[in-house]
Write a protein that binds this ligand. Structure first.
Ligand SMILES: [Zn+2]
Length: 152
C-alpha cells in the first residue's frame, strides 16, 4: 500500500507519462529511476522501489533480480553517455521522510578529485541550492541516458 505521507509513493502514484523526463528515466515492474533532486552532480540517479518498502528484505525475488539489471543498464548508460569510469551504488534510506527504499547510483567521473571519492561524494547532495543541477538540465540528461540504456 502506498504511504500518503511518503514523497516516493506520491511520485510513484503519478501516471508515468505525466512525470517529467527526469523522473522516468527507466520504469520497470519493480523500480523507477529518477535524477536526484538535490544533486550538484549531473547524472546522479536514484532507483526507487515502486512499492512502499523500507528494507531489502521486504522485496520479492523478482524485484531483487530486476534491481541488478536496472543497475547494470544505468551503469552502461552513464559510461556511454557521460563517460563515467565506474558507478557508485549506495543505499541508506535514513533521512526523515525518505525511508522508502531507494538506491543512489552515482556516476564516478575519471577526474573526480581523490578527496571527493568514495562516501565523500555525498557532499554533492548537501551543497547549496544554487549548485544543484537545474531541472531543465536533468530532463536533458534523462533523455540522453534513456537513449543509451542497453536492451535486455
Ligand atoms: Zn513510500
Amino acid at each position: 500500500m502506498p504511504d500518503v505521507d511518503c514523497f516516493s509513493c506520491q511520485r510513484n502514484e503519478v501516471e508515468p507519462a505525466e512525470l517529467p523526463p527526469r523522473e522516468r528515466i527507466l520504469i520497470g515492474a519493480g523500480w523507477r529511476v529518477a535524477h536526484a533532486v538535490t544533486a550538484a552532480m549531473p547524472g546522479w540517479l536514484v532507483v526507487v522501489s515502486r512499492r512502499h518498502v523500507l528494507s531489502w528484505a521486504e522485496l520479492t525475488a523478482a524485484e531483487a533480480a530486476e534491481f541488478g539489471l536496472v543497475t547494470w543498464r544505468l551503469s552502461r548508460a552513464l559510461a556511454a553517455a557521460l563517460g563515467a569510469q565506474k558507478t557508485y551504488v549506495a543505499c541508506f534510506c535514513e533521512a526523515s521522510g525518505f525511508e522508502h527504499l531507494h538506491v543512489h547510483i552515482v556516476p564516478r567521473a575519471p577526474d573526480l578529485p581523490a578527496h571527493e571519492r568514495g562516501p565523500a561524494v555525498f557532499g554533492y547532495l548537501r551543497g547549496p541550492e544554487h549548485d544543484r543541477v537545474p531541472t531543465v538540465e536533468m530532463d536533458r540528461l534523462a533523455a540522453l541516458l534513456t537513449a543509451h540504456l542497453p536492451e535486455v
